[in-house]
Ligand binder design. Structure first.
Ligand code: M7G
Length: 319
């Protein structure tokens, strides 16, 4: 099958964080961080999503490795069928099943390494019971804000992107305006090999907005700019129109530096459910109607059983 313009566009060279780069992006790296990885335990696995999250050690440092089988791209199907070995498993009437042994370059596993990983990283990927919390504006100021100010994940990786110290060659679009500007680039969950699971993030240049909670009508020019220029760039670069995109915030996010998720509508991205995702278009309209909407209203979100914020809500008698 002929390779479409969109699929070609999706196949941009991959890079890794320049700060921890074990080699050159796109070049095999036999001494990369997974070769010396010693498994401590499996944090989570999902047969349906075909991924596994592993906690272990690399040279005495804690690490999390995520292995994920990627979708089969339309453009590889013809080569896959022609150049693979087939081993018969069973045959019955018109039905037969096989094990197909694909050549290595058509059988890659997307691998994400977090090293050194903090206890919070390990917990993030550990399977846990979840509880829905309803946070009023007041709860945010008295319970959540003091907690996230002391406990949240480092946003060093975000600053590296904004300062072009990492992932600079992956940037799809940038508006450098310090107030309304942002950087748009592929999320590290997306390997860019196919458009079915397209996933980009827009990271704002300004550093004084932690999350949805901080937004007021003052930020409307920023939000409308992200929506229009983000959608235009994705249409231009990948041929995906705005009507095929889900554009949203997470609340709570993992990283408290304002960013917007752009995912393919076809793809049920982790965290795109109603209990965590807030459509950018809804946020814009809510702020147009009421500048203090996100400062004052209650917002519900899921928290995992081992999340210290859940304990804070319990201690405050809110759960
Ligand atoms: P979030 O809502 O704060 O957290 O989104 P979540 O991870 O719980 O969804 C942050 C987004 O940034 C996620 O979609 C991550 O996959 C993505 N992301 C995280 N890191 C550390 C990186 C990174 O180093 N590079 C890129 N490109 N994306 C990242």
């Amino acid at each position: 099958m002929a390779e479409s313009e969109n699929d070609r566009a999706a196949k941009r060279p991959k890079t890794t964080d320049a700060m921890n780069d074990p080699g050159v992006a796109g070049v095999p790296s036999p001494d990369g961080p997974v070769s010396g990885f010693e498994i401590t335990r499996i944090l989570r696995e999902c047969a349906r999503e075909k991924n596994i999250f592993i906690h272990g050690k690399v040279k005495d440092q804690d690490a999390v490795v995520i292995l994920e089988k990627t979708p089969i791209g339309q453009d590889t199907v013809s080569e896959l069928l022609k150049s693979s070995e087939l081993q018969l498993e069973m045959k019955n009437d018109v039905y037969s099943t096989y094990q197909l042994r694909a050549p290595a370059h058509l059988n890659e596993i997307k691998t994400t390494v977090i090293c050194p990983a903090t206890e919070k990283h390990v917990k993030k990927y550990l399977h846990q019971e979840v509880f829905l919390v309803e946070e009023s504006g007041e709860d945010y100021r008295t319970v959540t804000l003091p907690y996230i100010s002391s406990q949240s994940f480092s946003v060093q990786w975000v600053h590296n992107i904004l300062e072009k110290k990492a992932e600079a060659d992956r940037i799809v679009f940038e508006d450098p305006d310090p107030v309304t500007g942002f950087v748009l680039l592929p999320d590290f969950k997306w390997d860019q090999k196919q458009l079915q699971d397209l996933y980009l993030i827009a990271i704002v240049h300004r550093r004084d907005v932690k999350s949805l909670r901080d937004l007021t009508s003052e930020h409307l020019p920023l939000l409308t700019n992200i929506r229009s220029k983000g959608e235009d760039s994705i249409q231009r670069q990948y041929g995906v129109p705005p009507s095929k995109l889900r554009v949203y915030f997470h609340y709570q996010p993992s990283y408290y530096h304002l960013h917007v998720h752009f995912t393919s509508l076809e793809y049920s991205a982790p965290g795109c459910g109603v209990e965590r995702a807030h459509l950018l278009s809804d946020v814009i309209q809510n702020l147009q109607a009421d500048s203090s909407y996100y400062r004052s209203r209650s917002l519900a979100f899921p928290l995992r059983a081992d999340d210290a914020l859940l304990l804070k809500f319990r201690e405050a008698g809110k759960l």
